[in-house]
Each structure stands twice: as C-alpha cells, then as structure tokens.
Design a protein around this ligand. Structure first.
Ligand code: DQA
Length: 143
C-alpha cells in the first residue's frame, strides 16, 4: 500500500462554495471520497489543507522527513503557486520525493499572473484545468 499526501493551499477549504463556475461544484470532502474510493486497494490517501504558507512548508518537510514519510505528494498550492519562492524551495528540499502540481482551473486560460508557477520547475509534473479529476490523475501518476 502506497501512501500519498494531498496538500491544498489557501482558499481551497472553500471548494464547493468558492467561485463554483471556476472551480466546480464539489467540496474537497466530495473529491476525497472519490479519490479514496478509487485507489482503496493500492493507496492510503492523506489530506492536509492550510491557508498559511509556513504550515504548508512544515507539512511538506514532514512528508519527507517525518516519522511517517509518504511516497508522493499532490500539491495544489492555490495562489502561492504564483508567488511563493519559499514553497518552491520546500518542494526542492524534499527531493527526490515526487510532487505533482495540480490546479482545478486551467491557469493558462486565465489572468496572465496565473501563467507563472514557481512550483512547475521543481515538481515532477503539472496537471491543470480538468476540474476535480486532477487529484485522481495526479495520484495515478504517483503510483
Ligand atoms: C488554483 C488556481 C490558482 O491560480 C488559484 O489561486 C487557486 C486555485 C486551481 O486549483 O485552479 O486558488 O490553484
């Protein structure tokens, strides 16, 4: 059984209520039920969400160097994707633990500032714009 950690950044606790026309109608609980069900035989899915940059960084460190390390990380860093050198440094610092960057919306089809990702260069890959299924696609990629 592999252990995969899904990490969501700021404002993603409001999925389902937050701009549903952009991020879809599902809550993160709905999404997690689907992901856990789909990979029940092969992966244990842990979940962490924070609106705070340092808490996200601490959780990534723990994922690699803590007492229960994981096999891979799915990371939706929300707005920090486009701003956070520190979060990108954290992803680089936990290498070779693979991290897949995901976005529910197609960041390339939105405002120009969303086209820049500090995480892209340090992640194993990026999945963007396919709605809630980005999480299961990323887990699949990590198995
Ligand atoms: C997002 C895209 C980001 O640009 C935005 O700041 C988010 C969500 C997405 O999942 O589409 O908070 O990461």
């Amino acid at each position: 059984m592999k252990k995969i950690l899904i990490v969501n950044g700021p404002n993603l606790n409001l999925l389902g209520r937050r701009e549903p026309e952009v991020y879809g109608p599902d809550t993160m609980d709905d999404i997690l039920v689907g992901v856990r069900d789909r990979f029940a035989d092969v992966a244990e899915i842990e979940y962490f969400q924070s609106n705070h940059e340092g808490a996200l960084i601490d959780r990534l460190h723990e994922a690699a160097y803590g007492s229960c390390p994981v096999d891979g990380v799915v990371l939706n860093a929300g707005g920090y994707t486009h701003t956070s050198v520190a979060l990108a440094d954290a992803v680089a610092a936990i290498a070779p633990l693979p991290v897949v960057e995901v976005h529910l919306s197609n960041v390339h089809a939105r405002e120009s500032f969303r086209r820049q990702s500090y995480l892209g260069p340090v992640c194993a890959g990026t999945i963007t714009g396919l709605g809630a299924k980005v999480y299961s696609l990323a887990v699949e990629a990590l198995l």
